[in-house]
Design a protein around this ligand. Structure first.
Ligand code: ADP
Length: 350
């Protein structure tokens, strides 16, 4: 059986083809600079053409889709209705969902009979209780305008849960952990009895931890001050908070390897601010969970930086909690989701 995993972004497309059940990688390609000036790849159709893959030969194609809104609580088989629903969610993920859809549509066009499955970044957090996902804003902004916490990185947190439960020798549904996905984007998740019950990213991936270039939690009035007093346009504020802040904004670069090697004050401060934010979230989630089996470190920083891990856990309270380092594998999680959808499909068809 052949299963492909596609992560179709606005300017890049990652494609991996796996032979299952062996897990052998048959093709692994990355197409970059899609639609950029002077690029030879004008659009997603050309990007997918350039892979030279016969999609009719593939049993299932799993797509990473960033936003599933409130509608998608699980991975689903893609049909016309699902495509419309992903389209309806574009206002919530204006950069990501259109690019994800492009990938889906091109493959539908090239191989209409090939099964496609959408795996949503938000779906793992569908179990958040209302007190965790409703913001203290006018309530109709949740009801009418869909403003709420959605959470992201769900595929990674779900994978980490499975792996952590196995390492802890516990049933998934009895596992209580705090997962930290610390990559360029970063998020924390409180998992109670195998379910996401709080997470640090919110309405967008901007909220929460200090990230490579995103500020994470700030006083929201700062955004207005930037507009009203500093004269930045809404787009400039967006760009500042998402692309010029975080570690980059604090010390001029966002590669933690380099920052760790520096000895200047600003580099040290950037890491201290990042670590303190992580600790604050762990503290908050310990209260939410009441029992914590382990804190799980993952993502490029969590997996590789013993400096960051030790600084985070170097605390009287945290010292008594087990910490695990698990290499995340979102692609494997997407494959497992595809297998789950295919199995359920067979059951409903039988
Ligand atoms: P992305 O979110 O883009 O997938 P990754 O999960 O690959 O990002 O994480 C990127 C981050 O991991 C960068 O900040 C990088 O510096 C950091 N990183 C990778 N290797 C190491 C290392 N050996 N020590 C410290 N940080 C590392």
């Amino acid at each position: 059986m052949k299963i492909a995993v596609i992560n179709s972004g606005s300017s890049s497309l990652k494609f991996k083809l796996f032979e299952m059940p062996s897990g052998r990688v048959i093709i692994n390609k990355l197409v970059e600079h899609i639609g950029e000036p002077n690029s030879s790849v004008k659009n997603h159709f050309e990007a997918i053409e350039s892979l030279h893959v016969n999609f009719a030969d593939i049993d299932a194609v799993g797509h990473r889709v960033v936003h599933g809104g409130e509608k998608f609580r699980n991975s689903v088989l893609i049909d016309d209705e699902v495509i419309e629903a992903i389209k309806d969610l574009i206002p919530l993920a204006p950069l990501h969902n259109p690019a994800n859809l492009e990938g889906i549509k091109v493959i539908r066009h090239k191989a209409p009979d090939t099964v496609q499955i959408a795996v949503f970044d938000t779906a793992f957090h569908a179990t958040l209780p209302k007190e965790a996902f409703v913001y203290a804003l006018p309530y109709e902004m949740y009801e009418k305008n869909q403003i709420r916490r959605y959470g992201f990185h769900g595929t990674s947190h779900a994978y980490l849960l499975q792996e952590a439960a196995a390492l802890l020798n516990k049933k998934v549904q009895e596992t209580n952990i705090i997962t930290l996905h610390l990559g360029n984007g970063a998020s924390a998740c409180a998992i109670k009895n195998g379910k996401s019950c709080d997470t640090s990213m919110g309405f967008t991936p901007l909220e929460g931890l200090v990230m490579g270039t995103r500020c994470g939690d700030i006083d929201p009035a700062i955004a207005l001050f930037m507009q009203n007093e500093l004269g930045l346009s809404a787009d400039e504020v967006d760009n500042t908070l998402n692309k010029k802040s975080g570690l980059l904004g604090l010390c001029g670069e966002n590669d933690v390897r380099n920052i760790e090697r520096r000895s200047d004050e600003r580099a040290k401060l950037a890491l201290d601010i990042m670590v303190r934010r992580i600790q604050k979230y762990i503290g908050a989630y310990m209260i939410v969970l009441e029992e914590v089996d382990a804190v799980v470190f993952s993502g490029g920083i969590g997996e590789n930086s013993s400096y960051v891990r030790e600084k985070v856990m170097n605390n009287k309270i945290l010292k008594n909690i087990k910490s695990l380092v698990i290499k995340t594998n979102e692609e494997l999680q997407i494959i497992n989701e595809c297998l789950w959808v295919l199995k359920n499909r067979k059951i409903t068809q039988a």
